[in-house]
Design a protein around this ligand. Structure first.
Ligand code: 3HC
Length: 313
């Protein structure tokens, strides 16, 4: 039974802006919410390596290839920080990965869309990393210490990812008519999924109330989506691309852009596993896990041998 006094002290600590650390008392619901959200986030980082990894061998020149390689490696690093941060809550990484591999765990809807052309790499950096940063700079101000600290580091790297994506789009938009058309086509295909990746609208977001009360989430899904739109539409205008939303307009009274209806049926279908690449993404992760088993076994055997030798010495 949770102690009312402990709960009160926990909530007072959060209200005063202090961080909760792994050994502090926390309600079981807080721990569970964090494990759910942080593990989904970790899975998103490593599944997110797949659509971009697809273009490493086909990057248009050495500079672009080196940048993309570094970016995909950064995403692997983000996955590692986040799995480690999740382990501070007493859950085993192998258990989390088993949930991913058996299709029980969620990861971001956005990574279930295909990367059909080089311009998609620009669109991912600009829009997907742009939306991710919008969300994660808010999460960095949250209440759970290990998650917030991971977010600070991750956001610094994501800012670079975001700029490199916009720079790819800018170069294409200033190129030949065919290159500009590639950039516009990528924007047309990634815009709506990027808007959706920030989560369902607030009236369909069952976790938001509890997460915001405990300052895990600092802002609602719709508030972050609006900020992302307000920042991104002028960026599209600046490079001469058109947001694929005929209802998008700037409202002088509110100072915000208003957008057309979002196809939430598509979103819920993708998170149920029916997106264009869900099966492919899951298979790639399961295969990678199987292929890497011997490396993990060898590393464990070596660590055990080292520990034994240390004991004898
Ligand atoms: N994809 C898949 N599932 C999603 C989703 C998305 N884009 N958005 C929401 N969902 C799921 C939720 O997980 C929840 O399912 P569950 O209760 O079964 O776990 C359900 O839909 C209802 O949504 P809620 O709004 O109630 O969920 P949350 O309050 O957790 O908000 C969130 C969703 C805003 C994504 C929040 O979980 C969050 O901020 N997570 C951490 C950040 C994150 O995971 N980002 C993913 C992208 S990371 C990335 O892009 C990598 C980078 O390198 C680019």
């Amino acid at each position: 039974m949770e102690d009312a006094k402990q709960l009160e002290a926990f909530e007072a600590k959060i209200a005063s802006g202090q961080k909760i650390e792994p050994k502090d008392w926390m309600p079981e619901a807080y721990r569970k919410q964090l494990v759910r959200m942080m593990s989904q986030h970790a899975h998103s980082e490593i599944v997110g390596m797949l659509p971009e990894g697809n273009w490493i061998t086909r990057a248009p020149n050495l500079r672009r290839k080196a940048i993309l390689l570094a970016k995909v490696q950064d995403e692997a690093g983000h996955g590692l920080y986040l799995y480690s941060a999740t382990e501070t809550l007493g859950v085993d990484r192998a258990e989390l990965l088993a949930q991913l591999h058996t299709g029980k765990a969620k990861y971001s809807s956005i990574f279930n869309y295909p990367t059909l052309t080089w311009a998609d790499i620009g669109a991912i950096g600009w829009l997907v990393d742009g939306a991710a940063i919008m969300n994660q700079t808010a999460l960095a101000r949250g209440s759970y210490g290990p998650y917030c600290r991971a977010m600070i580091r991750i956001c610094k790297e994501e800012s670079f990812h975001n700029r490199q994506g916009y720079e790819i789009m800018m170069s294409l938009a200033q190129g030949t008519p065919e290159q500009k058309a590639l950039a516009q086509d990528a924007l047309n295909r990634w815009w709506w999924p990027a808007i959706m990746m920030l989560g369902p609208s607030d009236d369909q977001s069952p976790n938001s109330d509890q997460l915001m009360r405990w300052k895990v989430k600092m802002e609602s899904n719709d508030a972050i989506r609006q900020r992302f739109i307000d920042r991104t539409v002028p960026q599209a205008d600046f490079i001469g691309l058109t947001i694929p939303d005929k209802d998008m307009k700037f409202d002088e009274k509110t100072g915000h852009y208003t957008h057309g209806p979002i196809n939430w049926d598509e979103f819920f279908d993708v998170i149920k596993g029916n997106g264009p690449c869900n099966a492919k993404r899951l298979k790639a992760r399961v295969d990678a896990d199987k292929k890497g088993a011997w490396v993990r076994e060898a590393a464990s055997a070596y660590a055990a041998k080292q520990a034994k030798e240390k004991q004898v010495a």
